[in-house]
Design a protein around this ligand. Sequence first.
Ligand code: ADP
Ligand code: MG
Length: 701
Amino acid sequence: MKAILDTPITYLKGVGPKKAEVLQKEIGVKRFEDLLYYFPFRYVDKSRIFSVKEVNNDSTYFQLKGKITNLTAVGDKRTRYITAKFTDQTGSIDLVWFRGLKWVKENIKPATEYLIFGKPSIYKNSFNFAHPEIEVFSDKENPVEGQSLEGIYSSTEKLKNFGLGSRGISKIMKQLMLQIGDGISENLPSYLISSFGLMSEKSALQNIHFPKKTSLIEKAQTRLKFDELFYLQMQIILNKKITKRKSSGFIFETVGKYFNEFYKNHLPFELTDAQKRVIKEIRFDLKSGKQMNRLLQGDVGSGKTIVALMIILIAIDNGFQACIMAPTEILANQHYNSISNLLKGLNLEVALLTGSSKKKERDIIHSGIQSGSLKILIGTHALVEDTVKFKNLGLAIIDEQHRFGVAQRAKLWKKNLIPPHVLVMTATPIPRTLAMTVYGNLDVSIIDELPPGRKAVKTIHFFESKRLRVLGFIKEQIKLGRQIYIVYPLIRESEKLDLKNLMDGFANIQQDFPPPEYLVSVLHGKMKTDEKDYEMKRFVEGKTNILVSTTVIEVGVDIPNASVMIIENAERFGLSQLHQLRGRVGRGADQSYCILMSGPKLSNEGRKRLEVMVSTNDGFMIAEEDLKLRGPGDLQGTRQSGLLDFKIASITKDSELMFKTRKLAEAILEKDPQLTDEQNIIIRQQIQKKFNKNANWGIIS
Ligand code: ADP
Ligand code: MG
């Protein structure tokens, strides 16, 4: 039974070695099974033949019947393309080819009637079809009205050159179904199929490719999404269990001198309940004898830093070293400063190691770390360089995690025999579905409460035309003693031009806010570290009123007196970035403001983003919206983990099904951890099959 699906794709009738090769290269189809699970992304009614007159929009597919005449080669050798006229009773429309010209010239005959199929494009104010799919029309093949929904498969230029456009794929799919025959076996136990009212696997596969009725498409999709998500969740849960079982960790038994001393005499404020709870969760991990792999989520400003510090103190109390790795120098600096501050009077040394540390400092740090005299090291990815050798690293805290690759993180403790405990902190919340998959093997702690006394930041969107009003507002705020951030986005491809954009803005601001009444700092990525430090310091110390900057201030910067954030060209920022930026204000007791400036013309998505920002301060909600608008593509680690390479499910649209299958998987494993129940054998077999394929995805340590 199984064997037939494992058959190499060359054994499919109509697929020779050449087609097999492109299928594998372009869409990873090697065996029958791979093709079987290559699904259409939409459906059209093939029985419907449109007329040329009806072609009226470039977002749907049309099937036309008519003749192709006036083949004309245009351009010289390198830019050559072919145009033609396609004509039916109602009119004609242009066709165009840029590749495969030889085939077109040799095969298209003016007297033949063709069916063409494709999505039109708009060129010079009229519609044409580029590279339509073409077949000779014959009445016999034309199916009965209303009975033939045709799946549309995504294809590539190369596939099309081999006759494997959507229709070509559909053809080999039909052949595949014939050759497979009864070879599709069920992959879910029957009790699940009946209790969730699912279609059988076999019927789902038939209907996903060749649906008999529209109503069956959705049922087929649901069934296949169910499989996909259920087995994904199964694997994630099992993988987490395996990682846990395997990775023993240091035991931090005591809460000792440093922690207690800090807690009694140096804690600058009462911890929030959420902070206390999270510290408790982490302490539990540290005692467990297993390596901690925990994700600490909390909105911007929720107070993750102090949690990090207190955990570090526990590590030191137990005789270990600890480190914090941050994605940028500015942020590493910031951590270094705030942690040094908090530690004043505790007689504990902290060192900062970044790409711009001088050789001499570096040497001192290296030897301190190696001998163990230095307990706390904060830095950028400079921490993972081979020259950094910890004596006994017991805890690694990784801030703003999405910027580091998995491999990079692992480098930190590869040299340890027992891996250190790992706490990953995120800059902004992660949507639940993503946390559940991409970070599925991490335990999660959430700080869901802001420190008391915070006033919600007021967010307002202004079009460029209101700039004078905004300038007036800034002046008022400065009079009140507040400080202002003005942030410019990276707009253009070139860093040079971006810098020019920023410097133009800076020049304007200096004109609007002239010295000596106003003082302005400027900060951007191209500056030398000491220049940056100097400018930053002046602003931190309140010597300048305004800080003009690129997004280098995005993460972590904490200046309570700065209460106004102006974001220029706000429509060009992503949601999570906007939220991060807004999080720079609202840290003191004063009412804070975030002003989003935009040009007059907004794309739909740009407008939506600004609306979301104005309507909520809730980072979790913003993260969900962001995922909906953008998809998960940008999240680093997502792609390399392969966890979101869904064949049919969507992390944004199928979140409910994902939660459902998660719960189901948990419940099944709770009752039958080894999956040895008669009724679960089928699940076990499926997992064994899938596990072998990608055994160690996503394992962080
Ligand atoms: P984030 O979670 O964004 O990293 P930080 O750790 O930078 O947040 O904390 C934001 C600000 O809130 C800092 O100024 C910090 O000192 C302050 N803070 C943190 N926890 C508390 C608390 N429990 N009570 C009062 N202020 C707090
Ligand atoms: Mg922070």
